[in-house]
Design a protein around this ligand. Structure first.
Ligand code: MG
Length: 159
């Protein structure tokens, strides 16, 4: 069996009056991510991990933020498309392991819903979607509540 791994990273600025959407789930928060799409930083990191696993460039290459078609787009649509590209190349998605770094709100209570949603979109089991949440200990731009980052690795397999 052949395996490949991909890594993804993303950061978005946080702003008041924006909804906070992480992993396809709306989370109650005083601020949300700014961006051209719905700015789902976790999904963007997973997309880049999937694309990276097959050396398919990155999310900005496939879904440019200069394209009005992607203004306010639900990032689950982008993730679905990345999964389709992986499978079209003949690979299966084995698992995703991710980390969100955000100072507040607390993400842990939302992790089961995010796992469920991402698993549905990716066509894999919730047990194959790991989501970890950390603060940045009040240090730096994340600690000041100015932004949020996410990291993801995805393994793909070919029989
Ligand atoms: Mg992004």
């Amino acid at each position: 069996m052949k395996i490949r791994v991909g890594f993804g990273f993303d950061t978005h600025r946080l702003a008041e009056d924006r909804p906070l959407i992480l992993g396809g789930v709306h989370i109650a928060s005083a601020s949300g991510c700014l961006g051209h799409s719905d700015a789902d930083v976790l999904i963007h990191a997973i997309c880049d991990a999937l694309l990276g696993a097959l050396n398919l460039r990155d999310i900005g290459y496939h879904f440019p933020d200069t394209d009005p078609k992607y203004a306010g787009v639900d990032s689950t649509i982008l993730l679905r498309e990345c999964c389709r590209m992986v499978r079209e190349k003949g690979w299966d998605i084995a698992n995703a392991d991710t980390t969100i770094v955000i100072q507040k709100p607390k993400i842990n209570p939302h992790i089961p819903a995010m796992q469920q949603r991402l698993a549905e979109v990716m066509g894999i089991s919730p047990s194959d979607v790991s989501i970890k949440a950390k603060t940045s200990e009040n240090i730096g731009f994340i600690g000041r509540g100015e932004g949020v980052s996410a990291y993801a690795v995805c393994l793909v397999t070919q029989m």
